[in-house]
Structure formats: C-alpha cells, structure tokens
Design a protein around this ligand. Structure first.
Ligand SMILES: [Zn+2]
Length: 499
C-alpha cells in the first residue's frame, strides 16, 4: 500500500475552482461555464459521472518501480558545486562559501566565465564578499551587473582544461512568499547560488535577463554537494533536491547529474515519506496539511510510474515536494515547490483538483526541464506545453473517467489562443502567455498526436526523451525527430500554431 490508510474518493459538486496552471500562475476564482457550442456541464468541474456511478473508483495501487534508483556517479566533466552555508533563520540570512570546479567542454578556449547570479535580481539580497581562482591569491577582474557575473580567467581555459573558482557571499532572503523568499515559518532557497551559464555551440553564453513571466535559466547538468549549518535556533527542519543527512546542526545533501539544487527550511513542517520501489518520495508540508500532503505524494508516485514508463526511468534516488505559501508551483531538479492554497483547498475524498493536476505537472518537469533541457527563455513551450500535455497522458492512464473534466477545468475554460512558440518576453500578459504556451500548446501537441497516431506519437516522445536525455533540445530538434519517427506532413499544424 502506498497510502497508510485507504482513501475513498467521492464525486464533488458545487466547488469553487481555484485555478492556476503551474509555474508562476495567477489565480482566478471561477466556476467554468459552458463555452459556446458546448454541452452545459452537469457538475461545476465538468466531471460527468457514468451511469449509476456516484463515486470515483478507489485509488489503484501503483506497481513497485523495477528500476534501480541510485545516485549517478559524479563526473569530472560536469560542473561541480560545493556549497557550504551557515544559516541564521531569524535574520533570513545565509553566509555561503561556494566552490565551483568547471571544465571547458566548449570547442574553443575561454577567456572569461559568465555566471548567472539569480539572487542579485532582488534588491539588497546578494552581497559578494570575495572571489578568487583556485591557486591565485589576488581577486580577478570581474563585473557584477544584475544577475550576471563575468569573471576574467588568469589565462585562457583550453578545451578540456579545468579551473576552480571560490565565491563567498551573503544572502538575505526577501520578506515575501516565493521560491526565493521568506515567511515567518519558511525560508526558500530556489535559484539562490551563482552558476556558470551554459554555452551554445557557437560560443554564446546562454545568460538572459530575468523575464517578467516564466523562467529564464539554462542549466547544464552538474554535481552538487550542499551543507547547511543551522545556527542559533532550534525547531527548523530542512528539505531539498536530495534527501538530507543530519548530524547535530549540520544538514548535508548530495545530488549528481542535475540541472539545479534548491532547498527550504521550515518551522512546524513535517516530512512525509513513501517508498516507490527504490525511489524515496517525500513531501515537506505544513503540519496542518499532512492529509493533503499524503494525497499529493500519492499523485507524485503515480506520475513517476506513468512518466518512467512512457518516457525514461526517473533519474534520481529521490523526489521531494515542498509546500510553500507562494500561489504557484515551481520546478527544480529533484524537487518542486507547490503553493499552500492547493493543500488548503484539498478536501478529504476528492481527487479532481489542482493539488493533483499541479503535482503531476511539476513532476513532469523532472523530464521536460531536468532530463531533457531546453531554453525556457526563447522556447518556453518546450517544457511547459510538454508538461501540460503530460498531465493529459497521466489522466488518460490513471483517471480516464476524468479526461473530459481535465480538458474543461484545465484548458477549454480559459479559451486557449495565441502562437505557441514565442519567447517569454513576447507575450503581453500572464494570461496570454499561459493561454498560448501551456494551453494552446496542449492543443498543438494533441493535433500532432492525432496526425501521427497515438502509438507512433508515444514512440516519438519516448525516443525524444531518450535521445535528448541530459542534453538541450530545440524546437527544430523536436520537429526533426517527429518527422523521422513518423514521416507525415505536419506543416499545416505548425502553420496554425507557430509563427
Ligand atoms: Zn510548468
């Protein structure tokens, strides 16, 4: 049994829907009405029970994973980040000593390294204390401008050569709910450390200014060791992109072959754990939301099961969900944040809600972002449309009776429209961005599936996940592989959805 207690799921009606779409979503309160040409809905959610059916079927128990889940061995060619943190929770302050080991895998020598410093997006949050190359005493010339740090190398770094960089800094978390922010009960460290930007094959550093919408970071797969020394205060618990080991006040994490490492410290939070085969799934939630946390863990395990089977096996020994007061979800490697509102709204016995949909969406990012990387600034559809489409694949397999509900609740109610393939800064508003990239993105992918045929499209998705595993794919790669796996004419679909 995955759940400690059996859960009965009853059909619900008359609920006010709390809508978000995952990853920086505004919330609107609405009951979806029928759109022109649609049948009126029999329930507020659009879920229409079958004849004689008054309750959803009991939750099926997922099969145990057959895969071995172990930490991928560190690879000296991958960037390596050692982060030692002294955390002063009441002051929202972290003193960080970061060591980066970086090997030049680009085809030409480098004269400088460009790092992205996400915390320097926030006024007064990042103070650089020191910076030096390994083996050098004097600090190198550098420029820190907003979230970009450019550091001159003492001599050109040839292809295949390795360099070490030590950076010491202080972080004061903003007093706001968010992936990088703090509330009296929680300190969230998402996008919190300087990292070396990815390089395109033509030698361009893929470092973009923060976009008002969506994400902007392109991350190479890296290895991480993170230790956090909790200073002064008791009662705080930690969770992050890996399962921590605790010795006294020191919490240590290790994660390899990952796009990022994020973590959170919380008061009066509990860690719920479920084994899924060799994979440890955990939910770090506010103690009063433990029931909803159990439910989210269940959905996470089903999503891991479905996506491991459809795409590639899940890559890490653990996955952690962290509840946070932000009104949103946000993916990182090995973990994701999920907004408290979805836990609060969860009602015992109900499964068709945002807690399920967004848990599944954020879990899908472990494939479309973490395993298959992309450029979320220029081609945000490549992870967001695929994650939203993955929700549909999940519903079709786990809750086929709820597929119509999902289309109405998640997509049709909002009137999907707009070009799918534009960069994040091309959309005028958040609603426009979501309606085009996520929702029309699902329509686009579903049309491709219809044209290719279900079986061949799934074969394509599996091959896409396999071939670009650990790499960065572009929209052109996606189309070329689709046309290779199922060579039919998709051009009219592309013309309608792409500019
Ligand atoms: Zn997303």
């Amino acid at each position: 049994m995955i759940l400690k207690k059996a859960i009965r799921c009853f059909l619900f009606s008359g609920l006010i829907l709390l809508y978000v779409a995952g990853c920086n979503f505004p919330i609107t309160l609405a009951e979806p009405p029928a759109r022109p040409g649609e049948q009126p809905l029999r329930t507020a959610t659009g879920f229409t029970p079958g004849p004689g059916q008054t309750a959803l079927p009991p939750l099926p128990t997922p099969l145990p994973a057959t895969q071995e889940a172990t930490l991928t061995p560190p690879d000296p060619l991958r960037p390596r980040y050692d982060l030692q943190v002294a955390l002063f929770p009441r002051a929202r302050r972290a003193e960080v000593s970061e060591r980066i080991i970086y090997t030049n895998r680009h085809s030409a020598a480098l004269s400088e390294l460009v790092l992205v410093v996400p915390p320097n997006r926030f006024e007064g949050s990042f103070s650089l204390r020191g910076i030096r190359w390994a083996g050098q005493d004097a600090p190198p010339p550098y420029r820190l401008s907003g979230p970009l740090l450019t550091v001159s190398l003492p001599q050109p770094l040839e292809t295949g050569s390795t360099v070490g960089l030590q950076i010491d800094y202080q972080i004061i978390l903003p007093e706001s709910a968010g992936a990088f922010g703090s509330t009296p009960r929680q300190l969230n460290f998402g996008d919190w450390y300087p990292f070396v930007a990815a390089i395109s094959p033509d030698g361009t550093w893929l470092a973009f200014p923060p976009a008002p919408l969506g994400e902007y970071s392109v991350n190479d797969l890296s290895d991480f060791k993170v230790s956090v020394d909790l200073r002064q205060e008791g009662g705080w618990q930690l969770a992050g992109s890996a399962i921590p080991r605790q010795q006294g006040s020191l919490w240590s994490f290790e994660l390899t072959n990952a796009r990022s490492f994020s973590w959170s410290a919380g008061l009066e939070m509990v860690t719920l754990v479920q084994q899924f085969g060799e994979i440890t799934l955990s939910a770090f939630v506010f103690a009063e939301h433990a029931d909803a946390g159990e439910m989210a863990l269940y959905h996470m395990s089903r999503a891991i099961e479905v996506f491991s089977s459809l795409f590639t096996p899940y890559a890490h020994p653990s996955l952690t969900l962290i509840e946070t007061t932000m009104n949103d979800g946000m993916e990182y490697d090995g973990m994701f944040f999920l907004g408290s509102g979805f836990f609060k709204d969860h009602q015992q016995g109900i499964i068709a809600n945002n807690l399920m949909v967004l848990t599944v969406h954020e879990t899908a990012h472990q494939w479309w972002y973490a395993r298959v990387g992309s450029d979320p600034y220029n081609e945000p559809w490549m992870d967001e449309a695929l994650c939203t489409f993955s929700e549909l694949l999940f519903m079709e397999r786990v809750y086929p009776d709820l597929v119509n509900w999902w289309w109405q609740f998640r997509v049709n109610y909002f009137g999907p429209a707009g070009y799918v393939n534009l960069p994040v800064n091309a959309y005028g508003s958040f609603r426009q961005y979501v309606n085009a990239v996520y929702l029309n993105g699902v329509n686009f992918l579903d049309e491709l599936r219809y044209r290719a045929g279900d079986e061949d499209f799934l074969r394509f998705l599996k091959e896409y996940a396999r071939r670009f595993d650990g790499r960065r794919a572009t929209g052109a790669d996606f189309r070329a592989l689709l046309e290779e796996i199922k060579p039919v004419d998709y051009s009219d679909i592309y013309q309608r959805y792409f500019r």
